[in-house]
Design a protein around this ligand. Structure first.
Ligand code: ADP
Length: 266
């Protein structure tokens, strides 16, 4: 649409005078929208050829003994990198969808305790032989208004990060509780921690503390950007505290208005 977008800044001086600044940000918004559309379109267009390539690779791997056994390793590498690219495109598309509006795609009472139970099981599977101890302490009846799919991707990003960035055998604690401020989810790990100067930038897309290390963990660098947008849509906010070498805590805070009252609550 070609409506103009204006930004107002009003300063009140003690003597009763006011200063009003009006900024025309129409062009900034248009450019931002073009960037978002472009990323979404490219991601979408790349998905189809990638699926075709993955299909051929699978056929080749099924018949690799006839073709040439020495190729197996190369083909497996190609398949692995293809899967990474698919994950990246899916995350980019999800982010584009999340940015398009600022309210959740659904407005159901989500049973967060049960959701966390399944995320915990997935995280334990992700940890596998690395043997993390994952503990869950969740208020059973407390529900949150919103989209279960969106909350699942946000919460699992936090829990999977805790596994990824915590050495083998480390501890991860997930807590879900309510108080007069609202509802809260904390994911605490005994992992590598984050230097304070990085914390404000962590939710930027593709921001990584150590890109060489991060590439081994198989992430896309979009996880925390997704978390931030899902929380925004649910009127929540993310709080990050960390101590280098000791561990980190990622806490999501939701206002009382997002909480669904249950019998236990009343
Ligand atoms: P990635 O796909 O790289 O994990 P994220 O957006 O999820 O991307 O996270 C951004 C960066 O924040 C990570 O690359 C990592 O450096 C840091 N990070 C996220 N979670 C943790 C954690 N629990 N402990 C230490 N560092 C973390």
């Amino acid at each position: 649409n070609d409506r103009r977008r204006l930004q107002f800044h009003i300063t009140h001086y003690g003597n009763g005078e006011h200063l009003m600044l009006v900024r025309d940000v129409t062009r900034v918004h248009q450019l931002e929208q073009m960037r978002k559309d472009f990323v979404a379109n490219v991601s979408h267009e790349l998905r189809t050829p990638l699926t075709v390539i993955a299909g051929y690779l699978e056929t080749l791997l099924d018949n690799v003994d006839e073709v040439n056994p020495r190729w197996r390793r190369a083909l497996e590498q190609m398949q692995q990198q293809g899967e990474r690219m698919q994950t990246l495109l899916n995350d980019l598309l999800l982010l584009a969808k999340l940015e398009a509006t600022d309210y959740p795609s659904d407005n159901q009472p989500v049973a967060v305790a049960e959701l966390l139970q399944t995320i915990k099981a997935d995280a334990q599977a992700l940890s596998g032989a690395r043997g993390h101890r994952i503990e869950l302490d969740a208020a059973p009846g407390m529900r949150l208004k919103g989209s279960e799919a969106e909350l699942r991707s946000a919460f699992s990003n936090l829990v999977f990060n805790a596994v990824k960035y915590t050495p083998d055998g480390g501890e991860i604690r997930i807590r879900w509780w309510g108080d007069e401020q609202g509802a809260h989810l904390a994911v605490q790990d005994s992992g590598i921690g984050i230097e304070a100067r990085h914390i404000p930038r962590l939710t930027e897309r593709f921001y990584r503390v150590d890109s060489s290390r991060a590439s081994h963990t198989g992430g896309t660098g979009l996880g925390l950007a997704i978390v931030k947008h899902v929380l925004l849509r649910h009127r929540g906010r993310l709080d990050i505290t960390s101590q280098l070498g000791q561990g980190s805590t990622f806490t999501c805070h939701f206002p009382v208005s997002q909480r669904v009252r249950t019998d236990q609550d009343a």
